[in-house]
Design a protein. Structure first.
Length: 94
C-alpha cells in the first residue's frame, strides 16, 4: 500500500468525524498515541516488550498523523517528496 492510498483510506473512513473534532482535539489524540508508543519502547528496553503491540502503536501513530494531514489538507506523499526527494533531500545531520 502506498502512503497516498493509506491517506485516502483514513479520509474515507474517518474524515467527517475528524474534521468535526478539529486540529486541537485530533492533536491530543495523536499525542496520546505517541505516548503509547513511548510506553511500548520502554517495555521493550526493559526486556518485557510485546512486538505485536509495538507494531500496533506505530500504526496508530501513523494513522493519527495521517488524520491531522487530512484535516489540514496536506498531501503526505507530496510533502515527503518535496522534503526528502527534491534537490538531494534535506541538508545537514538529523
Amino acid at each position: 500500500m502506498r502512503l497516498a492510498e493509506f491517506q485516502q483510506l483514513i479520509r474515507d473512513r474517518y474524515h467527517a468525524t475528524d474534521a468535526a473534532r478539529g486540529v486541537p482535539g485530533t492533536f491530543l489524540w495523536f499525542s496520546e498515541e505517541v505516548g503509547e508508543l513511548a510506553e511500548a519502547f520502554g517495555r521493550r528496553e526493559r526486556g518485557d516488550g510485546d512486538e505485536e503491540n509495538l507494531r500496533e502503536e506505530f500504526a496508530d501513530v501513523l494513522a493519527w498523523l495521517t488524520t491531522l494531514a487530512n484535516i489540514c489538507e496536506v498531501d503526505l506523499e507530496a510533502a515527503i517528496r518535496e522534503k526528502y526527494l527534491t534537490d538531494g533531500g534535506p541538508k545537514g545531520v538529523k
